[in-house]
Design a protein around this ligand. Structure first.
Ligand code: FAD
Ligand code: NAP
Ligand code: SF4
Length: 692
């Protein structure tokens, strides 16, 4: 099939001189956890092979350490001896067999390495690791450089098409190239030239070792987001140096891991950082790649057509859908399962040392285990509830060949996702529902909305699947029936006009989201809106990008060092006074996602929301909410008290069926309300559908 005419820039080949990439999509490096264990390499090979078959132009592996000290984890995994070559050969040849190209990222963790043998330019501990690194001697530096060269040679031997040298995000090379943690006074520190020397040495020696016909990508930190990060002139100097030293491509790195500015979470507008790469592009004569929050072919095409970059890097979107590029080329972009930038199954897993996957695609990194094969015996299946669990089950089961009827009492699909998508910064959740609408249609599910189902409606089916979700938990506090008390559902469905002073009982995921919703909704200033839909609306997108940069204090003119030095963040204050409360001691928000919880906490704190732990709820009356903390009584004079105190399973139908001795499958919130999230609901629905 010929290329879709909507994506001419995205789908055009890129000639690198000695080789040509089939399109402008680079799959950005992601640590999946499968790299850490020799026995998992067949799974890693299958994972990459699916992305290669999905027509990604160039794949970059997760970070592979060039030596023991540079390894991110205590159990060293990397490419530093011949014995490790065969497992990498498996990966490279699987990708080649599927028609793709792949580079191995060489990642030296520096002071971000999570073990006591870590090394860095200076002995300065990072705020995100418990180990103080050893400052390298001149000999030690030489050894690390040689390790990069050895890894490059071994990568070539393993059959990779190239390497990416990781020079950003605050890892080893980046630690040398900025003055933030490089306090050296020898030839490796001080002047810009001295700080960049390590990158220059690594690049030129790797080029010499690999020969001219091997891709070398340099991932350059183009925006450190630290007050003592580099200024623009220094970054340009580094890019020119990288080109002269033999880099084939320059990839963009945005922000050190320790920078307290969100760069990829769902509230970051789509394509928010491409202006950085756009500024670099005229400075060099080699292709540049732009990155961060580019999750649809429409957004990518717009960025490339504007001339911001020669290629786009997509990482998480290719976890969500291995066929993203192929679907774009074949003119079916609406079939793409969109990454909603939640981080819940990818980065959160990585940071919790679990194998990475994807909330919207539980097959990611499990390609050899979870497969949706055609059924041998077609069954008639009733599914009650079209929330994430029911949608995942129905679409997978129907695609396998079952006859599936899906019922929901609501007049739209999505269940709780219809509330989630209303939270400012979570608009991406509606992209998932768009995907399911198309998928229901394609897979031939018989969808019946506005249809309340009871147990007696479920006769005559071969299988019954209950995905009826949850009810909000009812709590018992004196005055709970007072007119001031409302549920989060009424708030998010705009059923109630909420006053200017509000207390939220419960500070879990939903409490935080409702606080975000209420702290925004009084403003509704379109300029502050993070709503960046539709994907191709550049006016909307650039306006929300401006608002985001102002909120987090990022200087788009790049006058400020690191893009932030001396820039005052201007978060909009909430027009409402909001208290977010929990009974547990300590600061609310500890149970939120590892890589996004800090953003929610910081964002609400900046807006002036008061977060209190160790709260006892005494009573609710005309005056407000009476609480005590540490035995001290307080009155919160609020207009409304919103209950966000968790949820319980909706087992109405399940209980009747069980009473009558009838069997059924119960999934999602209906099965388990405690610690329920969409990751669990979608995975459970998909796994059941793969089995039935
Ligand atoms: P539900 O989504 O509750 O769907 C159940 C469906 O069943 C409903 O559509 C209902 O109408 C239907 N139903 C029930 N009974 C019947 C009946 N008798 N007949 C017909 N239909 C019936 N999770 C995350 O992972 N990440 C997040 O960031 C996140 N944010 C959230 C933000 C908010 C504001 C909310 C409310 C939830 C959020 N969640 C999030 C939670 C996530 O949405 C739920 O975990 C998920 O929706 C559960 O899916 P489910 O299919 O089990 O149930
Ligand atoms: P939750 O995370 O379990 O939080 C419930 C909150 O209510 C807690 O703060 C709890 O704290 C409080 N609570 C529980 N019982 C109470 C009682 N009897 N009286 C008063 N307070 C009580 O549940 P949720 O916020 O409803 O979220 C539901 C699910 O959706 C969660 O599992 C979550 O994973 C998912 N979700 C995820 C996100 C996300 O960003 N990842 C966002 C939204 C929702 P105390 O017991 O300390 O008071
Ligand atoms: Fe994207 Fe969330 Fe999937 Fe990660 S888990 S790839 S952020 S949708």
């Amino acid at each position: 099939m010929s290329a879709d005419s909507r994506f001419p820039h995205l789908l055009s080949p890129l000639d690198l001189g000695f080789t040509t990439l089939k399109n402008r999509v680079l799959m950005g490096s992601m640590h999946t956890g499968l790299e850490d264990n020799k026995k998992d390499f067949p799974k890693l090979a299958a994972y990459f092979a699916e992305r290669a078959a999905g027509e990604v132009g160039l794949i970059v592996t997760g970070g592979i350490a060039p030596g023991v000290r540079g390894s991110l984890m205590p159990t060293p995994s990397g490419l530093f001896n011949r014995l490790q070559v065969p497992r990498h050969k498996l990966v490279a040849s699987a990708v080649h067999d599927a028609g793709g190209k792949i580079c191995m990222q060489i990642l030296h963790g520096g002071r971000y390495s999570y073990h006591p043998m870590s090394v860095a330019p200076s002995a300065i501990q990072s705020p995100i690791t418990p180990f103080k690194p050893k400052a390298l001697s001149a000999n030690g530096i030489e050894k690390q450089i040689r390790n990069f060269v050895r890894a490059t040679k071994l990568a070539r031997e393993a059959g990779y098409d190239g390497v990416e040298i990781m020079g950003s995000e605050g890892y080893f090379i980046n630690e040398f190239t900025t003055a933030h943690v490089n306090k050296r006074t020898d030839k490796w520190g001080g002047s810009t030239r001295n700080r960049y020397r390590i990158a220059e040495e690594i690049l030129s020696r790797c080029r010499e070792a690999a020969g001219p016909d091997f891709i070398i990508i340099y991932r350059l930190s183009m925006l450190d987001l630290l007050p003592d990060g580099n200024c623009w002139d220094e970054i340009v100097e580094q890019a020119k140096m990288a080109e002269a030293a033999g880099a084939t491509i320059i990839n963009t790195g945005i922000g050190w891991h320790e920078a307290r500015i969100p760069t990829i979470a769902t509230m970051v507008p789509r394509g928010a950082f491409t202006w950085v790469t756009a500024r670099m592009r005229p400075e060099v004569n080699i292709p540049v790649v732009t990155t961060n929050r580019i999750n649809t072919p429409e957004v990518a095409e717009e960025i490339l057509a504007r001339g911001d970059a020669d290629m786009v890097s997509m990482a998480r979107p290719l976890l969500a859908d291995a066929e993203l590029v192929k679907k774009a080329r074949e003119g079916r972009p609406e079939e793409i399962n969109i990454c909603i930038a939640c981080n819940q199954a990818c980065l959160d897993h990585t940071f919790n040392r679990k194998t990475c996957s994807c909330l919207v695609n539980p097959r990611a990194c499990r390609e050899t285990e979870l497969n949706y094969l055609p059924v041998k015996q077609v069954k008639a299946i009733a599914v009650v509830g079209a929330g994430p669990a029911g949608l995942a089950f129905a679409t997978v089961a129907a695609r396998r060949g079952h006859r599936v009827s899906l019922f929901d009492q609501a007049d739209e699909i999505g269940g709780q996702f219809n509330m989630a998508k209303k939270i400012p910064g979570k608009e991406e959740f509606s992209a998932s529902l768009d995907y399911y609408r198309v998928e229901l249609d394609r897979s031939g599910v018989d969808l019946q909305l506005s249809t309340h189902i009871s147990a007696e409606d479920l006769e005559g089916y071969d299988e019954v699947v209950l995905a009826t979700g949850v009810y909000p938990r009812e709590i018992d506090i004196p005055g709970i029936n007072h007119a001031k008390v409302v549920s989060y559902i009424d708030v998010l469905n705009d059923k109630i006009k909420i006053g200017s002073k509000v207390a939220l009982i419960g500070a879990g995921g939903i409490g935080f989201d409702v606080a975000e919703f209420l702290s925004h909704s009084a403003e509704r200033d379109p300029d502050q809106s993070h709503n960046h839909f539709p994907p191709s609306s550049s006016a909307q997108s650039s306006r929300s990008t401006e608002a985001f940069m102002r909120e987090w204090g990022i200087d788009r003119t790049f006058e400020a060092r690191g893009g932030v030095k001396g820039v005052k963040a201007q978060p909009p204050k909430s027009a409402r006074e909001i208290w977010l409360l929990q009974r547990k001691l300590g600061k609310p928000g500890k149970t939120l996602g590892k890589t996004t919880g800090w953003i929610h906490r910081l964002s609400l704190a900046k807006r002036g929301v008061q977060m209190l732990g160790g709260v006892s709820y005494e009573r609710i009356d005309d005056h407000g909410l009476h609480i005590s903390i540490d035995g001290k009584k307080q009155l919160l004079e609020v207009d409304h008290v919103v209950i966000c105190a968790g949820q319980v399973s909706n087992r109405d139908i399940a209980d009747v069926l069980e009473e009558n001795g009838l069997s059924c499958h119960i999934i999602g919130g209906a099965h388990k309300a405690a610690e329920l999230d969409a990751k669990y609901a979608i995975r459970e629905g998909s796994e059941l559908a793969a089995r039935l």
